[in-house]
Write a protein that binds this ligand. Structure first.
Ligand code: MG
Length: 258
């Protein structure tokens, strides 16, 4: 069931998004050669708890998972697409690309945000991958207006990516954007591909997280034995950008911003 948020809920979620964006940008500053992915996780958790809030992913158990997620921050390096588990012995090095994905619960309500960050100087092909993914997110946001459908968002994202002729990218299909607010994942689910005019209709007051995931190689992914880490099947690199947004009658409002 698609949930329309009340004015009071929107106010809380807006504050939640501002707090999340503040934390994630601080974590981004720490993404440097020599730091472990676990240090990034503990830093994110501390910042969230210092504000009196709760990390949304810590101990979250997605449908079908046989154990809860063990960390506050997902840290996915290079060929890891999403849901990478932070580790003390996973040390970042120059040239890596690192996706950091975080959810915050503030006064009982949730927001979700992600970005891919370069470690020092990275390969121009990787830089372009990150830029196209971030632009694809913006194209998706621009199409997310009341009266349009979930399929219109997917179509906009997919068309934008396919219009880039200099490099063919794999759009991850098994994971998608989603409603967010009362839970970290709610209806509707919003694939990063689609047909115009299909799927749930967008209405003012809906809050959704859009999150294109792009691979340098094919769309195919595998899951590690840890039950969480999703990585590209061909070992090529991947990028991920995500915002939580509010649907309005006019331009959508990005809630996960400082
Ligand atoms: Mg998400």
């Amino acid at each position: 069931m698609v949930i329309i948020k009340t004015t009071e809920e929107i106010e809380i979620i807006r504050e939640c998004g501002r707090r999340l964006a503040t934390v994630l940008h601080k974590v981004k500053e720490k993404v440097t050669a020599g730091i472990s992915t676990k240090e990034l996780d503990l830093y994110a958790e501390k910042l969230i708890r210092d504000m009196g809030d709760t990390p949304a992913f810590l101990n979250y158990r997605p449908e079908g998972a046989n154990k809860p997620f063990p960390s506050s921050l997902c840290v996915s390096v290079n060929d890891e697409v999403v849901h990478g588990i932070p580790r003390k012995n996973r040390i970042l090095k120059e040239g890596d690309i690192v996706s950091i994905d975080l959810g915050v619960k503030h006064k009982g309500l949730f927001t979700d945000m992600a970005m891919t960050v370069p470690v020092g100087k990275v390969n121009p092909i990787d830089l372009k991958l990150m830029q196209i993914t971030e632009q694809a997110l913006q194209v998706g946001i621009d199409s997310a207006v009341a009266g349009n459908t979930v399929g219109d968002i997917g179509y906009a994202i997919e068309s934008f990516i396919k219009s880039n002729k200099s490099q063919k990218y794999g759009i991850v299909e098994v994971l998608s954007g989603h409603g967010v607010g009362h839970e970290i994942h709610e209806d509707p689910y919003i694939p990063n591909f689609g047909k115009p005019g299909t799927g749930a209709k967008l209405k003012a007051g809906m809050i959704i997280a859009l999150e294109p995931m792009l691979n340098l190689g094919t769309k195919h992914v595998t899951i590690d034995d840890d039950g969480y880490t999703i990585r590209t099947a061909d070992g090529k690199r991947s990028a991920h950008f995500e915002h939580t947004i509010l649907i309005t009658e006019g331009e959508p409002e990005i809630l996960t911003k400082v």
